[in-house]
Structure formats: C-alpha cells, structure tokens
Design a protein around this ligand. Structure first.
Ligand code: ADP
Ligand code: MG
Length: 677
C-alpha cells in the first residue's frame, strides 16, 4: 500500500471525503485523540471515569435480553472482576469473548449494575507474552467504511516514504522555540508512551504548536504575496487637487473628527498611487463613514475618473444617493441612480450615461455589477457594508480602462486576530471615534411577558416628540421572507391598535421600492412616530430624531446584527434607549449574546466576544466563500503564534525568499490559495 496506485478506488473515494487527495495530505490528517495501549492496569486499580487497558480471562459470556439485547461478559484477573457489555455485537465478537479466552480490553470504566464495567470496550486476544504497544494509538477522524487500522497504515506509510525535511532553518526554529517539523509530525501520529495525551488532545503540545505555526505562516506568506502582487498592477493615479474636496468640506455643517481626517488622509494618499488601492474602512455605526466616502469620490472625480458607489440594499443605496446628491449637486456633480427595481427603460438610460462617461458618479445596488453596465473610465469603486457582498460580486465590475481603486466600508468591526489573518491582504483604516454630541444609549432587557409596558414607553417617547423603531426579527426558515413579512404585518396591526394616537408606518423587504422609499421618507420627515420594520433597516439608516429602538425577539438575532440595530438610535442629542424584548426560555447561546450586548457598547469588544461565541467561520460571512479556513490554528487561542507568524513572514520575504517559497509550496501546493480572488 506504499503507493497511491495500490489503494483501491473505494478507499480513495473515502479518503477524498476526508479531504485527502494527495499522499502528502495524509501527513496532515492528524489524530483527534489517542488510546493508551502501552501498559496494563490491574483491574484492582481501575476506577470509574478512567480509560484503561486491562487483561484477563473470560469467565462468563451470555446474551441477555433485558433491559435490551446485549452481550455481557465477565473478565477475571486474579480475584478481581470486571463486566464487559456490548449493545451491538457480531457473532465473531461472541466467539472472541467465549469463556476461557484470554483478552485485553480497553475502554472507559464506569460503575454499572453489575459493579465495575466497560461498555463497548475494544478487545483483542492476548496473553502475558503479547507485546504492549510502544506508542499511544492515534484515533483519526474518519468516515463510514474506512477503519482506523487502514487509515493508520496509510498514514504511517506516508510518514516513512515522504521526506519530512524542515522548510524552516534551524536557527530560526531555535529563536522561535519551535520543534522540528518531521519530529512534530511523527510525534503527533505515534506519540511515545510518556507523552501526555491530554496536552496532545488540547493542541497545546509543542508538536501541535509547530504545525499550527506552519499553517499560520503559510497563510501570512500567501496574504503578503497577494498584497505584493497587487502593488505591481496598474491603476490610474488620482492625486488630490483639493478643489472639489475643499469645497465640500467648507459647506458641511460639521467639522470632521480627528479620526475621519486621519482615514481620509490615508485614502487620499493611496488614490494618488498608480496601483490599485484595496482599503477597508472600518468604523462603528454612526462614526461617519459616508462623508469620507464622498471625499474619496470627489478626489477621483477631480481627476476626471468615474466612481461606482454601491450598497447592499435599496434603502441604503437610496439614502446614499440622496445624501450625496445633497452634498454634490451644488458642486456641479449629479449622480446617476441604478438599482434592480428601475424600469427597463430607465436602467438602459442609466447604463448609457455610465458607458459614455456622461456621469462621473453612479450610486446603486449590485445592479451596478450587471453585464449590461460598462464603465467608461472607472477610477474608484466604493462598497458600503462590504461584508454583505460576496467576494466575487465585489470584483466583477466591468471597466474599459485600468483596474479601479477599491474602498470597502464596514461597520462590523473585525477583531484583531481576524484582521491580522483573513484580512491581511487588505489595508485597513479605522475610525475609532464618534462625532461629538452623541448621548450614550441605555440598553434594557425586557421579557416578552412585559410587552404592554414597552408599548407605554413607546407612547410616552413619541408623545414627547421623539420617534421610535420597532424591529421584527428575521426568521431563519426556508420561507423566511413570508414568515417575516407576516410577522411584521401582525406586529404593525397590534401596535396600531394599541397606540391609536400615533402614526405607525411599516417597512419590509417585500414592499415595492417606491413605497418603501415613501415610508422611509415620511419617517425621516417626522410624519410617522413609529416605524415597524423588518431587518431591512439593519444597515445604514440615519434618522437622528429616532431615539427609541425596540427589538422584538432579540434572542433570535446575532450579536453583530443587534449592535447594528442599536446603532440606529443615539444619533441625536436626545437620550436614547434600546429595548431588547426576549421570549423565554432562552438558550445558553442566546443568554450569552444578550448579556454581551447588554454589558457592552463598544463594537470592537462585541466583535471580539462574537468571535469567541461563534468562531471565525461565521464571522467572516461572505468573505469566507473565497477564503480557505484555518484547519489547525485557532484564532481565539493562538494569537501569540499568529503574531510570531506575521513577523516571520515579513522577515522571510525580505531576507530568505527561497525559504518562503518552499514553505508555501509545502502548505499550498495542493490547496486552493488562501485567497481565491
Ligand atoms: P456610518 O459610519 O454609520 O455610515 P454616517 O456616515 O451615516 O455613519 O454618519 C452618521 C451621522 O453622523 C450622519 O448624520 C452624519 O451626517 C453625521 N456626521 C458624520 N460626521 C460627523 C462629524 N464629524 N460631526 C458631526 N456629525 C457627523
Ligand atoms: Mg453607513
């Protein structure tokens, strides 16, 4: 079985299921846990809760029918006895466990009806002369029909026949206090009897640390290489002329915060370079990213280049369209609007204006990506709430000229470790300060049993001249939209009846865009006191007079979503409140989430907690589809290794590119690139 050609096609198919496509993949198929068959424990010393190997003679073997059909045997060693019990068994096992046979059994000991027992122990014929295993027995993740011994043999063959030369030089390993690569792999697959299985299983043994480091290093190198390659590609240089941008700044009713100025500077600098910018602008909800985007757009426009400004929902895109029109039309720039809901004729007309270069600013939804839209001279793409878009979608804008610069904006903060790993190919600017004059939001957790009191609170706030949102939850079922819609309509009715003196509006994803826009406009103008909405308002809606947010069924929502929704209030000077209505009983996770949102207002802290609760896969969202996940390293636990890997990647690329290449080769040769875009 030394070569792949000798492995049967059925086995190959099973290996493929485990993600093993090449012989080298076997090396990194690492054990889940270990069984210790390196020594025998006298039955007298076996205690409930211990997993041990014992040896003895079968003195009794019987198929019992109560409480259910099972094979029950007694194993005797000296005067001590232990029961072995099997709920499913084959005739061959019965034979193996016949009275008088000498066997070894390994399993967890517990206190059963007949005294000490093992349920489903692993048994084999053995007497005092049968040698003990020299190393711990690895138990691998496997799939139906692929037995552990088969997998073990294949892996051991690979270990013996594939050279395990270290990709990293010895002095570097010494400096980083890392173990040798080959030694680490051999140890993980066949640990000596005295190695702690607990440490191995917790993945903090030195051998595990080496594998995790290697993986992180490969990821860092791959991201760096990607970043470098981008800096060789050509984009139009768009230097600041400070004509339009200065004019806009002069007309604003507010002064930019220090944080806004700083990120604006970073962006202005990048745009001036002849290489495509790929910058992520991070800023908590309400931190003022839109004005920064407008300034970036103006810098491109000043240079005679077009800008595409995209948002994930019609409501948000429309809001940007209105806001930017308000700011830019006085400067002589009239944006064109393009969304999926436009009439065919209007869409064609918009695409025409974009293609001829008649307009320099196009604002809209992903309709801007459609094949029928070709830009004449696209210089900059701005994507708001970038995590809502797929990776592919983001990049498929058609343009006649050079590659455009990209500015991605997100209000979902990225925890440090994620930023350092999955986002390492992007440049990140962070707005870490809110505009002045905001009042902190008070958060309240209220059980649904007290719904009536919340109605009263809404009434009081609205009669005092404020406005309120009532958000109905997203329901994660196949007909989610229908259920969500039904839910919103019922809630709207309930509130209209309970609060007859208020004007209550309703906005949901199924409303025709014109109606939706009309409802939003009425709310913005203060004609509606209360807006009942599905999560369509999750992102970006900006109504400063709204100071009360009620989130229905808050227990169903994720942390990022709760934080986003809460950020819709607290934008004006009035004291704001967010009421999280929840339904009992709460699941463990829901309770944990509500606690986090109740105790924290800082988006970065919340994102960090979210990472811990959910893991990076979920948090990465759309980006995940284009990014290979880490298999071994764990971003919540291995921050120190990540930091080391990051520094080492820089060092290697600078001083030892051959080493970097060899390392990437080992880890990436058969894999998709960490970043497929
Ligand atoms: P977000 O970062 O969530 O997209 P917006 O760009 O919608 O935030 O800004 C939120 C609100 O703050 C808007 O009403 C905007 O006009 C206002 N704003 C932005 N920057 C400032 C500032 N420097 N001072 C005062 N208000 C500001
Ligand atoms: Mg925004």
């Amino acid at each position: 079985m030394a070569t792949p050609s000798k492995i049967s096609p059925t086995t190959l198919a099973k290996l493929a299921k485990l993600g093993i496509h090449h012989r080298a993949d076997l090396l990194l198929h690492l054990p889940l846990r270990y069984e210790d068959e390196t020594h025998l424990t006298p039955i007298a010393n076996a205690q409930p809760g211990m997993t041990v190997q014992v040896q003895g003679v079968v003195t009794h073997s019987e198929v019992m029918f109560r409480p259910r059909r099972s094979l029950v045997c007694r194993l005797m060693e000296g005067h001590e006895e232990l029961t072995l019990r099997f709920l499913n068994f084959y005739p061959s096992q019965q034979k193996q466990l016949a009275v008088g046979k000498q066997i070894r059994a390994i399993g967890e000991v517990r206190m059963g009806y007949f005294g000490l027992e093992m349920v489903h122990p692993k048994c084999r014929a053995a007497d005092d002369d049968t040698p003990l295993q020299q190393s711990l027995t690895p138990i691998y993740p496997t799939t139906a029909g692929l037995a552990q011994p088969v997998l073990r043999k294949l892996i051991n063959n690979a270990l013996e026949s594939i050279p395990l030369t270290d990709t990293l030089p010895a002095p570097l390993l010494k400096k980083l206090k890392l173990a040798d690569f080959g030694d680490s792999l051999r140890l993980l697959h066949n640990p000596e009897a005295d190695v702690s299985a607990t440490e191995l299983e917790a993945h903090n043994h030195a051998a595990w640390r080496r594998i995790k480091f290697d993986e992180l290093l490969a990821q860092q190198l791959s991201m760096r290489v990607h970043h470098r390659e981008r800096s060789k590609r050509i984009a139009p240089a768009l230097p600041p002329h400070a004509k339009l941008t200065a004019a806009l700044l002069k007309k604003l009713p507010f002064k930019l915060t220090g944080a806004q100025l700083k990120v604006w500077q970073e962006i202005a600098h990048d745009l001036a370079l002849a290489h495509p910018m790929q910058r992520l602008l991070l800023g908590d909800v309400g931190s003022g990213k839109t004005i920064v985007a407008a300034l970036a757009a103006l810098q491109a426009i000043e240079n005679g280049y077009q800008v595409a400004f995209m948002a994930p929902t019609e409501i948000l895109a429309e809001q940007h369209y209105l806001k930017l029109s308000e700011w830019l039309v006085p400067l002589g720039i009239t944006p064109v609007w393009l969304s999926g809901s436009l009439k065919k004729k209007d869409k064609v007309a918009a695409a025409e204006r974009i293609a001829t270069g008649d307009t320099l600013l196009a604002i809209g939804t992903h309709a801007l990506f459609q094949a029928s839209v070709e830009f004449n001279k696209l210089g900059l793409v701005i994507v708001d709430e970038q995590h809502k878009f797929g990776v592919q979608q983001r990049l498929s804008l058609r343009n006649k000229g050079d590659e455009p610069h990209q500015l991605m904006m997100s209000a979902t903060p990225i925890p440090r470790t994620l930023a350092m790993s999955y986002y390492a190919d992007l440049d990140v600017s962070t707005i870490d300060e809110l505009p002045p004059g905001r009042t902190p939001i008070v958060t309240k957790l209220v059980s649904d049993a007290r719904r009536d009191e919340v109605f009263e609170r809404v009434r009081a706030a609205c009669l005092a001249g404020r406005q309120a949102y009532w958000v109905c939850p997203l329901i994660e079922e196949s007909d989610a939209l229908e259920v969500e819609l039904q839910n919103a309509i019922e809630t709207h009715q309930q509130l209209t009846e309970a609060l007859p003196e208020l004007n209550v509006g309703l906005a949901h994803g199924r409303l025709p865009p014109a109606e939706k826009a009309a409802v939003m406009a009425a709310f913005k103008a203060g004609e509606l006191h209360l807006l009942v909405a599905t999560t369509v308002i999750e992102v970006g809606v900006d109504v400063p007079n709204a100071s009360l947010m009620v989130i229905d069924h808050a227990e169903r929502m994720g942390l990022a979503q709760l934080h986003q929704l809460r950020g819709r209030v607290g934008r004006g000077a009035a004291e704001s409140m967010c009421v999280l209505l929840f339904m009992q009983p709460l699941s463990e996770l829901a309770r944990e989430r509500l606690k986090v949102i109740y105790e924290n207002t800082d988006g970065f802290v919340i994102a960090q907690q979210d990472l811990q609760l959910r893991g990076p896969g979920e948090l990465l969202g759309a980006r995940q589809s284009g990014v290979a996940m880490l298999r071994f390293a764990d971003l919540t636990e291995d921050e120190d290794l990540l930091e080391q890997a990051r520094l080492t990647a820089d060092e290697l690329l600078r001083d030892a590119p051959d080493v970097a290449r060899a390392h990437l080769q080992r880890w990436m040769a058969n894999k998709h690139d960490f970043l497929q875009v």
